[in-house]
Ligand binder design. Structure first.
Ligand SMILES: Cc1cc2nc3c(=O)[nH]c(=O)nc-3n(C[C@H](O)[C@H](O)[C@H](O)COP(=O)(O)OP(=O)(O)OC[C@H]3O[C@@H](n4cnc5c(N)ncnc54)[C@H](O)[C@@H]3O)c2cc1C
Length: 456
């Protein structure tokens, strides 16, 4: 029997592209991300990319044989964006990991897609600079993955999301052509803004191989304040009051009682004894002292406990409680990680709504939030012994998405649509918008080979 198109593509890749492998364990690992979802089978081949030419060659072969390609960074995504199903080619970019340039005068870095986020931040630190977007996964995620998902983090309340840090990209198109977008200047309006188009496109429009990113001055001072409340709505009101007063926190996080309790249970701490919700705020830079004093005053108004001028150790402990929230939840159950974002003015309604959904569906929901951005992470936890989430879990997730849209928000603030939230995209943006998005995809990837079934 004549070999199939996939078999021909695999044979060519094994023959011509260094790093191509069909080793079964490697394929099994490359098929998954951190969403907990499973693809419909195994990919046909994994290519451990070593250089940009390898990306171009792989895409050219896949394009000629019409075989789907799944770009992959570290596989830390939680929306099923890097899941690789039967017969696909996985393009693993984690080996493309050189920091090519850090320019302290232009305050930018040029990096390959596989550079680990925290590694770029650390390298920038040697020049008194930082890479501001700080997903909680920074120690494992790649810049290419961050660009593809438009990742956010705690510092985004002051410095913006990944899109705000990306000046330009090198992208390999579906047919193997390499283009550069954007620039390394502060200003520039030549042509359509393709950089923004590729940021957040979840591997469905092109493969990011290199990024020019903006760096920021490392602040000399960071000050922290915290407050606890007897009700999550009071905590949310306090966060809204910070926005209303036009204060500029560099971090404004909220943890509900369920989250505080599970952190205590996992880490042996006593955060839940302070109240039923906790808000942690930070301010940075030359105006930090004035900012944090004003923020602390606002947070204290409805609080049952508050503290300001926290020393470095206790500040770190509070921020750590936030960082440890997800690992603590995951210690006791399987977690479905949700990621809605609402206008900050609707924060109270969002928290109330999520509480009501948990009550109604009877599922365990732990909510913590980048409150300054209106970005809630309601984490639905269920028995890890179950092969599939029980129906109530999906009902709760759907109700949370519906709530986000009803409040004028979005079903995903920073994790992406991936394969898990596709059904909700049209409900959020409308059929005409989907149509426009699909025609853009068709212009760049006419055969629909780049990460099919994801994002759009
Ligand atoms: C513990 C934990 C905490 C997290 N915290 C945060 C958080 O605070 N904020 C946040 O935003 N996310 C968070 N995430 C989610 C995840 O880390 C981010 O989405 C991250 O940006 C994914 O990077 P990655 O390199 O792992 O990409 P992957 O998971 O490998 O891929 C993600 C998507 O990007 C595409 N892709 C990857 N690389 C490229 C490339 N070079 N070119 C084109 N497409 C590409 C993939 O096809 C896929 O669609 C967290 C995840 C975990 C497990």
């Amino acid at each position: 029997m004549a070999p199939t198109a996939t078999e021909r593509a695999v044979a060519e890749l094994l023959d011509q592209v260094p790093g191509a492998t069909v080793e079964p364990d490697a394929l099994a690992a490359a098929a998954l991300d951190r969403s907990g979802a499973r693809p419909d089978g195994l990919p046909a081949v994994l290519v451990l990319i070593r250089d940009v030419v390898g990306v171009q060659r792989t895409l050219e072969v896949a394009h000629r044989h019409r075989v789907p390609v799944v770009p992959r960074g570290a596989g830390s995504g939680v929306a099923g964006g890097a899941l690789a199903g039967t017969g696909s080619v996985v393009l693993d970019l984690s080996g493309l990991d050189r920091i090519l340039e850090i320019d302290p005068v232009d305050e930018l870095a040029v990096v390959e897609a596989g550079v680990i986020t925290a590694e770029l931040d650390r390298a920038a630190g040697e020049h008194g600079l930082r890479y501001a977007p700080d997903p909680a996964s920074a120690a494992i995620s790649t810049i290419g993955g961050n660009v593809a998902t438009n990742a956010g983090g705690m510092r985004c309340v002051k410095y913006g999301v990944t899109r705000d840090a990306v000046l330009g990209l090198d992208v390999v198109l579906a047919d193997g052509r390499l283009i550069s977008t954007g620039r390394r200047t502060v200003k520039g309006v030549a042509g359509l803004d393709l950089t923004s188009l590729f940021v957040g496109s979840e591997g469905a429009l092109g493969v990011v191989v290199r990024a020019t990113v903006r760096l920021r001055a490392l602040p000399e001072t960071t000050l922290t304040a915290a407050a606890a409340y007897d009700d999550v709505a009071a905590a949310a009101r306090a966060c809204v009051s910070v926005a209303r007063a036009r204060r500029e926190p560099s971090l404004l996080e909220l943890l509900d009682h369920a989250t505080l309790s599970v952190v205590d249970r996992a880490q042996g701490t006593d955060f839940a004894t302070r109240g039923r919700a906790l808000v942690v705020a930070q301010a940075e830079g030359p105006a930090a002292a004035d900012e944090i004093a004003a923020i602390a005053e606002l947070l204290a108004k409805e609080s049952t406990w508050s503290e300001r001028g926290l020393d470095e150790e206790s500040s770190e402990r509070l921020v750590l409680a936030r960082r440890l929230a997800l690992p603590s939840i995951e210690r006791f159950g399987r977690a479905l990680i949700e990621d809605i974002c609402v206008p900050r003015s609707r924060l109270v309604d969002a928290f109330r709504g999520v509480e009501e959904i948990a009550r109604r569906t009877g599922v365990d929901v732990f909510t913590f939030a980048h409150a300054g951005d209106g970005n809630l992470h309601p984490i639905i936890s269920f028995d890890p012994a179950l092969a599939e989430p029980p129906p109530a879990v999906q009902q709760a997730a759907d109700a949370i998405f519906a709530l986000a849209i009803e409040l004028g928000g979005t079903v995903t603030g920073e994790h992406g649509i991936g394969s898990l939230k596709r059904a909700w995209l049209a409900r959020e943006v409308g059929e005409d918008s989907i149509e426009v998005q699909r025609s853009i995809k068709a212009a760049l990837d006419p055969h629909g080979l780049l990460n099919p079934g994801k994002a759009l």
